[in-house]
Write a protein that binds this ligand. Structure first.
Ligand SMILES: Cc1cc2nc3c(=O)[nH]c(=O)nc-3n(C[C@H](O)[C@H](O)[C@H](O)COP(=O)(O)OP(=O)(O)OC[C@H]3O[C@@H](n4cnc5c(N)ncnc54)[C@H](O)[C@@H]3O)c2cc1C
Length: 524
């Protein structure tokens, strides 16, 4: 049997396992990480995308709330490219008890989470799609986080310090010499080849599957409940801030903007099998209804995709747990020497993606103590290597790079073959900020698409050449559409109706024109 020698074997390539590999590598341990699939294909790649401020747990789970806030600050620093600083809001809808806001504020204060209550009008000005009947609103430091950027950043960073990262390698057996774990047998699921990994210490970071790995080591009764949650991605950013309902954690109470889409979630249903991820129509209907409470008209947006993940919820208690929401979101570290008399094995489970670093630190600290070596943790300060493709969350960087070459000859209007340069010249020559004026000069928007493709681009260019701010450019776009509409609606049938519907999808579906910020009134 071919073999690998290492000091530390990490099982599981989600945020926790990758965080452990990064931590071990920074402390100078030789380390091998294995995952049965690609990295972050377990819960870490099937989560909601939120770097928690801890506000969600401020009332019910104060320890978790405090950990989230502390780690939120650190993760923003060490993994900046994976984080989008959207900020967060907690809002009381007409169905929520506004008095909960006082408990929330107190819980946040005690957990060290900075909050600010803001007037509802201010929340609605920032997020005009939110329910106009809101009763209270608080700002918190929530953010978005890209799990793949994070996990691959951790793995690449570990590899740069000598770690070996083996995706698609499933653990099929844990090796023991008496009461000591000495490594594991893994199978390469692509080739079928088997490999023995010999390690001084084995760290089980297999999330919702942690009980199965512990069983392989003969350490039974590690009870990891799988709390299934579904999420639905909607076809654009209905909000630009993470929006949470100001209630005790419930279903469908968070809407997270992620890059070009927004994701509503989630449920929490006890599941016997972490691989049973079927989604029912009832769950989908409930989630869309929940979205409607936060954003009226939510169902008018297009649902792009639904998926489910399973929370690894640790519960060593003997009593049955019916509601998985009652299990703490903090993590649990099991030293199997203390628990089962088996040394060389630790299991880390529970927690949140937000707290992966702390989970890794606790695990490697405990391992160092068992090995009798003092090596301080460095992950609070050490930044992950920058991703090869530059900025992680902003499409603007890619657009800038592309436009450097395309700027002059880019076709803005395919019907009339108008280039960007010609449009910019026309705007300057006419000295106008009215798209309808340019239409008459260049026939922009007069061809078969009637502005469906060219006018969004022309609006961006109008904004970009520096003559208009964003709100004024939005006003120019709307004025153009209203003018064109007069000549279109009397002939809406047949092919023309289809074309008009396509244009409508572009303007409403992609650009959300009816909710663009309005130009501010000039002072009287
Ligand atoms: C619906 C939902 C939404 C969530 N939203 C958020 C959120 O917005 N913010 C947040 O902070 N947290 C969130 N969480 C919690 C968070 O996603 C998890 O706590 C976290 O991702 C767990 O990471 P992990 O590395 O411990 O587990 P995982 O990511 O599941 O990694 C475990 C890995 O072990 C591997 N494995 C299993 N068996 C074997 C084997 N035999 N051999 C080798 N490898 C094996 C799996 O393939 C998997 O990749 C959410 C959870 C759910 C379910």
């Amino acid at each position: 049997m071919p073999g690998l020698e290492t000091e530390v074997l990490v099982i599981g390539g989600g945020a926790t396992g990758a965080g452990i590999a990064w931590d071990c590598a920074l402390r100078g341990f030789d380390c091998v990480l294995v995952d049965a699939r690609d990295l972050a294909m377990g819960t870490s790649g099937r989560f909601h995308g939120l770097l928690h401020s801890g506000g969600r747990y401020a009332v019910k789970d104060p320890r978790s709330a405090r950990e989230c806030m502390e780690e939120n600050r650190i993760v923003r620093r060490i993994a900046a490219e994976a984080v989008e600083d959207t900020g967060g809001l907690f809002v009381a809808t007409p169905e929520d008890d506004p008095a909960y806001g006082d408990e929330f504020r107190l819980g946040c204060l005690q957990a060290g989470i900075p909050t600010e209550e803001i007037p509802v009008a201010e929340a609605l000005r920032d997020e005009p799609r939110l329910n106009p009947g809101l009763r209270r609103a608080f700002r918190v430091p929530d953010a978005g986080i890209d799990a793949w950027k994070l996990v691959w950043g951790l793995a690449d960073g570990a590899a740069q310090h000598g770690a070996r990262i083996l995706p698609y390698h499933r653990v099929t057996a844990i090796h023991r010499a008496g009461d000591t774990v000495t490594g594991a047998r893994v199978v390469d699921v692509v080739t079928g080849a088997e490999l023995d990994v010999h390690a001084r210490c084995t760290l089980n970071a297999s999330g919702a599957w942690a009980g199965q790995i512990a069983d392989l080591a003969g350490c039974h009764g590690v009870r990891v409940l799988a709390g299934k949650g579904i999420m639905i991605a909607m076809n654009h950013r209905l909000v630009n801030t993470v929006v949470n309902r100001l209630t005790m954690p419930a279903d469908g109470d968070i809407l997270v903007p992620i890059r070009t889409v927004s994701v509503i979630g989630t449920t929490d249903i006890k599941s016997e099998d972490p691989d049973a991820l079927a989604v029912t129509q009832d769950e989908v209907d409930q989630m869309l209804d929940d979205g409607e409470r936060l954003v009226p008209g939510f169902r008018d947006a297009r649902a792009l995709r639904v998926w489910a993940g399973v929370r690894p919820l640790f519960s060593d208690a003997k009593e049955e747990v019916d509601d998985t929401r009652d299990v703490s979101r903090s993590h649990t570290l099991l030293d199997h020497h203390a628990r089962d008399g088996v040394s060389g094995l630790f299991t880390i489970t529970g927690g949140k993606l937000t707290t992966f670093r702390l989970m890794a630190q606790d695990t490697v600290d405990a391992m160092c103590a068992q090995l009798g070596t003092a090596r301080p943790c460095r992950t609070r300060e050490a930044a992950l290597p920058a991703p090869a493709d530059g900025e992680a969350v902003h499409l603007g960087a890619r657009l800038r790079a592309k436009e450097e070459h395309l700027l002059d000859e880019q076709i803005v209007c395919e019907c009339e073959l108008i280039t960007r340069r010609r449009l910019e010249d026309a705007l300057r020559e006419r000295g106008t900020v009215n798209l309808d004026d340019v239409r008459r000069s260049l026939r922009l928007g007069m061809g078969p698409c009637q502005g469906g493709f060219c006018i969004p681009r022309a609006t961006g260019i109008l904004h970009g050449v520096g003559q208009l701010d964003g709100a004024a450019a939005n006003g120019a776009l709307r004025a153009f559409l209203e003018e064109r509409w007069k000549g279109v609606w009397p002939i809406l049938y047949g092919d023309q109706l289809r074309q008009a519907r396509l244009d409508d999808w572009i303007f409403q579906g992609l650009l959300d024109v009816e909710h663009l910020p309005e130009p501010r009134e000039a002072p009287a």
